[in-house]
Design a protein around this ligand. Sequence first.
Ligand SMILES: Nc1ncnc2c1ncn2[C@@H]1O[C@H](COP(=O)(O)OP(=O)(O)OP(=O)(O)O)[C@@H](O)[C@H]1O
Length: 244
Amino acid sequence: MSLQLTDVTLTFPDGASRLTAVDRVSLSAPPGTLTAVVGPSGSGKSSLLAVAATLITPDSGRVVIAGTDTSGMKRSQLAALRRSTVGMVFQHANLLPSLTAAEQLQVMALLGGRHARRARSRALELLDAVGLAAEADRRPHQLSGGQRQRVNIARALMNDPAVLLVDEPTSALDQQRGAAIVELIAGLTRQRATATVLVTHDQSHLAAADRVARVLDGRLTLQHDTVQRSIPADHPGRGGTLST
Ligand SMILES: Nc1ncnc2c1ncn2[C@@H]1O[C@H](COP(=O)(O)OP(=O)(O)OP(=O)(O)O)[C@@H](O)[C@H]1O
């Protein structure tokens, strides 16, 4: 299991008391599957994703990423673990205005301590995978909203993460471009055997997911598997047929 949350609770200060944003949630995400997390506004979806990303430490419960139990880890250790095993895609692409599409990806590899020349070829390979081979040398202002989000997705995959966490990636896009982005994420999840968790408001995105988790008032109320899929057997450490 690439991502495992066990009995996780997260609270925030709320006046004299505390608000429970995530309430005893257990969720596991196997490699090569897309888990959609849906629920009304304020139900705790983003909080759950932030805990899974180790950006926030929960009050209680356990987060295991790619076999590493993150409990008690120092901030620097968590940052290193995130760099090597977690890719994150947020609502807005947040690209650096002065860098080309390829350079946005190369920066990630250099931060991850990878070799510069290999970083360039990997960046071009990933931009091709998201349909942007011809846009590699364009800067963000020369790209459409959907293209910027594709660069964002490719960037998140640069360090070959075991876990891909995606928060509302289509909110700035129209229905058609949004659906194409979710299809792209689903395809990359299977190709690259990432354990992907996608937070979305949009019910129409659920068709692309293997599993659906519903959150209400911080609780996971229902989780079901939609289909059975196989993942590439030659992917290191992630191969085999998967029964979700
Ligand atoms: N940093 C914070 N400090 C205090 N309360 C917070 C904080 N972040 C979230 N909350 C509260 O936790 C609850 C869950 O919020 P969260 O953003 O996780 O929900 P969500 O389902 O992602 O909502 P949306 O779909 O609107 O983004 C809400 O009541 C919210 O007000």
